[in-house]
Structure formats: structure tokens, C-alpha cells
Design a protein around this ligand. Structure first.
Ligand code: ZN
Ligand code: ZN
Length: 389
């Protein structure tokens, strides 16, 4: 492991920062304290700092040399509405809120790198440090983009990093192509005709229609999907009826679609509507279908991924860079940055994930051992991507 000496020397300081952020978790667009911790830290280092980008986002800018090249490094700052079950000293002071996804660690690793970069400036160009709010579903990345992030702080490539329980500490997952899935929601209202349960011929039963629909939707995954195109279609709610002896007049279904490509996502959005109309017609009920797009798939640019693999190897050695990993069907709003500019999102090992130390689990905690590793990676990435000519 080639942790940068200056960063290793600050390991306990990095742990202190990380545990402080962990103790005071804040939800989407409410990261006032966290953003303030970040901004004060950057300001104390003499780094040009901008608050309030995308509501609670913070941007730092570090320049060196004369090159006009620029890259963006992104960390997320928000926590989750989960009650922490850990009992250690730095556990959440905020009831019902928890850093269960390690964004406390992501923020700290980027701060650790910022300190080194500001001090040494071993690169030629501009580094834009992006501390984004609201990664967990609310879309802090698109909020920052809509707030003029790219116009105000232009960069040509963008990089993200997420801790990954199940990967050993000291390893990185780096590969081109899809890395995280899209995450969309759909809803279907079925309008039938209520009737006495003993006289079904007088009604139009939305429950039977809904049951048929649940079955038929699965065929979109098993029969009409290219088996080499990963996708998930889950029905997660089905509500209908109030009495044991009455056929209700409506049913409600909702669910989610996850896909690793834009094509498959588009296909499912359309195909759910077609199947719904067909099943509704067959049962004589009327259907209303809405599809709400969430985060797009996160797709790593090949050139950006090659730079990340180089930088990760400088820290973890060639054997610590794992390229043969499969994408996750979870979602990530770094996708919006990677749509705007060529980008790459890597995983950094968080350890075995035992004892509930898995993402979004009430017993999760970011592994402090990864802090100097991730901070060193960011520095090597900057030195690689913005190497002096
Ligand atoms: Zn998460
Ligand atoms: Zn996360």
C-alpha cells in the first residue's frame, strides 16, 4: 500500500473529522452543518471556496501551473433517514438520521486530498472539488448542474468514489462501462366497476386484472429482454379492496425499474405501458400509467476509467485494482455528472461487510482505515490526469 506520507501522518485528524461528520448526520439539502465544516476547512487551507451551489453544495477550486485543463472530483455529504444501532462514541446524535452510506468518509477523503493538493500543487491545471448535497434520491448532482456548476467551474472530466463493503480495504473497483443502474418508479391505477362479491358478473374486477398484470410484467424481463441486458422490474405495492364481500372498483400498483443501459430503460418504460393497456383491455378495466424517471445509469467513460486505474494502482498496486467486478443494480446520482462530462466512478474497499457493516444498514460504519487510502488516490488521480507536460 503506497499511502502518501503526509496523508498517513494525518490519519488520526482525518478520523476525527470523519467521526464528527458521522455524529451529526443531515438529510438531503439540509447539510448546513456538514457544508459549513467543509467550507471552513477549505477556507482555512486558503482554497477558493463557494457555498450554496445547488442549495447546500460547496465547491472548492485549486489551481496550479498554467494549463487550462480542469477536472472535477466529487464527494457526497448527505445521510439517510435510518436510526443508527451502533453504540460507539461517534454514533449519530440526530434521532432517525444516520451516515449509513459512508458519505461522511467520502467528504473526509476529499478534504484530506484538498489539503495535500493545496500544499504541494504537483499538477498543472485546475481541480474543482465538488461537495454535493442530496445524493440519496433527491438529486443533489442535477441541482448543482442546474445552478451553473459547469459554467462557473468548467471541467473536462469528472470523478467519483464510493466505499464498497465486501471489497477488502486497500483495494479499488475500477472498470469502464455501466457501474450503477438507473432507478425509476412507475404507478398504475386500474379502474373497474365495484360489485357484490357474490355477483361478479355485475362488476369489472380490478384485482383479477391487477394479478394478471403482475404476471405479465415479469415476461418483460424473462421473454422480451435481451438476456445480456441486465434489468430489474419489481412490483412493490398492490393495494385494492376494503371488504371481504365486495369487489372493489379500483386497484393500485407501483414498482421500480432498474437498468444498466439507456436503451433497456427506454424499452421498459414503453413496454410496461403496452402490457398494461393490453391487460386492461382484456379485463374491461381502464388503466392509468405513469412512469417517473429517477437517476439514469452511471456509465464510466473508458478513457476516464483508464486514468482512475492508473491512479489506483499507484496507491494499491496492480493487484489492488479490481477490474473484473460486476456493476451494481443500485443507483447513484453521479450519473448526471458522468452524462455532462466524461467521468468515472470507482469503488474503494470498506472491508468484509460483516456485522451489518453494509450500505444502508443500521449497523454500518465507514472504515477509517480507508481514509488515507482514498485521499491518496484522489491526489494520485489529480497528478495523473493533470500531469505537467
Ligand atoms: Zn446510499
Ligand atoms: Zn452512497
Amino acid at each position: 500500500m503506497n499511502i502518501i506520507d503526509d496523508i498517513r501522518a494525518r490519519q488520526s485528524e482525518l478520523s476525527r473529522i470523519r467521526r464528527d461528520i458521522h455524529a451529526y448526520p443531515e438529510l438531503a439539502f439540509d447539510e448546513h452543518r456538514t457544508g459549513d465544516v467543509v467550507a471552513r476547512h477549505l477556507e482555512a487551507l486558503g482554497i477558493e471556496t463557494h457555498r450554496g451551489i445547488g442549495r447546500t453544495g460547496v465547491v472548492g477550486v485549486i489551481r496550479a501551473g498554467s494549463s487550462t485543463r480542469a477536472i472535477g472530483l466529487r464527494a457526497d455529504m448527505d445521510a439517510l433517514p435510518i436510526t443508527e444501532r451502533n453504540t460507539f462514541e461517534h454514533c449519530s446524535r440526530h434521532a432517525g438520521r444516520m451516515h449509513a452510506c459512508g458519505h461522511d468518509g467520502h467528504t473526509t477523503m476529499l478534504l484530506g486530498a484538498a489539503e495535500y493538493l493545496a500544499k504541494h500543487r504537483n499538477f498543472d491545471g485546475t481541480v474543482v472539488l465538488i461537495f454535493q448535497p442530496a445524493e440519496e434520491g433527491e438529486g443533489g448532482a442535477p441541482a448543482m448542474l442546474a445552478d451553473g456548476l459547469l459554467e462557473r467551474f468548467p471541467f473536462e472530466m469528472v470523478f467519483g468514489m464510493h466505499n464498497w463493503p465486501g471489497l477488502p480495504v486497500g483495494s479499488f473497483g475500477v472498470f469502464p462501462g455501466p457501474v450503477m443502474a438507473s432507478s425509476d418508479q412507475w404507478e398504475i391505477h386500474l379502474h373497474g366497476r365495484g360489485a357484490h362479491a357474490a355477483m361478479p358478473q355485475q362488476g369489472l374486477d380490478p384485482i383479477v386484472a391487477g394479478a394478471a398484470l403482475v404476471q405479465s410484467l415479469q415476461s418483460l424481463i424473462t421473454r422480451t429482454r435481451d438476456p445480456l441486458e441486465p434489468a430489474v422490474l419489481s412490483v412493490t405495492q398492490f393495494h385494492a379492496g376494503e371488504a371481504y364481500n365486495a369487489i372493489p372498483d379500483r386497484a393500485y400498483l407501483m414498482g421500480t425499474v432498474r437498468a444498466l443501459s439507456h436503451n433497456e430503460r427506454d424499452r421498459l418504460e414503453h413496454a410496461i405501458g403496452v402490457v398494461t393497456d393490453g391487460i386492461a383491455a382484456a379485463h374491461g378495466v381502464r388503466a392509468e400509467y405513469t412512469y417517473r424517471r429517477g437517476y439514469p445509469p452511471t456509465i464510466n467513460d473508458a478513457a476516464a476509467a483508464a486514468v482512475c486505474a492508473q491512479a489506483a494502482a499507484k496507491v494499491a498496486g496492480a493487484t489492488g485494482v479490481l477490474a473484473n467486478l460486476r456493476p451494481s443494480m443500485g443507483a447513484e446520482d453521479f450519473a448526471y455528472f458522468a452524462q455532462a462530462r466524461p467521468g468515472c466512478y470507482v469503488w474503494i474497499g470498506n472491508g468484509p461487510g460483516e456485522g451489518g457493516c453494509t450500505l444502508h444498514n443500521p449497523n454500518y460504519d465507514f472504515n477509517d482505515e480507508a481514509l488515507p487510502i482514498g485521499a491518496s488516490y484522489w491526489v494520485r488521480l489529480v497528478e495523473t490526469a493533470l500531469a505537467p507536460a
